[in-house]
Ligand binder design. Structure first.
Ligand code: GRF
Length: 202
């Protein structure tokens, strides 16, 4: 059976759309099928976009829920679709241990910087403020830390001549939209080493 991919978002969802496109007509075709787009924000633009493409989608709002309660809500939603792989694509929550352990070695994330240099939010603002000539976007496995999981792939973004933060982000996203499906393809094709244990696990 074709592996099932759940994509977790919180906003615009441009990486989610790149992954869906790759599943339908690109490098992920035949390698996995989207089983769910899940958003932590019911108002997320990406959620409406997924709906319009007839991809199963739902919001699991974090509003009013503590971290553990949210993790349980997430687990329940994920278990109902039985994903083989989970791709975080601008998901603005840190996955708790219950979720990471349940899907250990099967959760990936895309980060708009080199995770060894910059973790957390605002990766492009970080690059712009330092007037970097080049930044690097990263696809990595998700462990229990904040952007600390094993790096699967990185790609350089040329920032020479960038005129503003929007320009930096535009250039970066163009690279992300290629790197994410390509890396997922390599992972699913078994071309990358398996990562089964989250860092720190016994
Ligand atoms: C991307 O820059 C991604 O690297 C980061 O969050 C942003 C999400 O953008 N994790 P989008 O929702 O995929 O357009």
């Amino acid at each position: 059976m074709i592996p099932r991919l759940a994509i977790l978002i919180s906003g615009r969802g441009s990486n989610m759309l790149a992954l869906l496109r790759a599943c339908r007509v690109g490098e992920l075709r035949g390698l996995c099928e989207p089983c769910l787009v899940l958003s932590s924000d019911p108002q997320a633009l990406g959620l409406a976009a997924a709906e319009s493409l007839d991809v199963p989608s739902r919001a699991v709002s974090a509003r009013g829920l503590g971290r553990r309660a949210y993790d349980l809500a997430l687990l329940e939603a994920l278990e109902s679709v039985q994903p083989d792989w989970i791709a975080l694509a601008g998901f603005m929550r840190i996955l708790g241990p219950a979720v990471v352990r349940r899907y250990a070695g099967r959760v990936v994330n895309i980060h708009p910087a080199d995770t060894r240099q910059h973790q957390g939010l605002h990766g492009y603002a970080w690059a712009w403020e330092q007037r970097l000539d080049e930044t690097r976007v990263t696809v990595h496995m998700v462990d229990e830390g904040l952007d600390t999981g094993p790096i699967l792939a990185q790609r350089s973004v040329d920032l020479r001549g960038a005129t503003c933060l929007d320009d930096v982000e535009r250039r970066g996203l163009a690279v992300e939209h290629c790197l994410y499906p390509e890396t997922l393809r390599a992972l699913l094709a078994g071309e990358l080493p398996p990562f089964t244990a989250p860092r720190g696990a016994a």
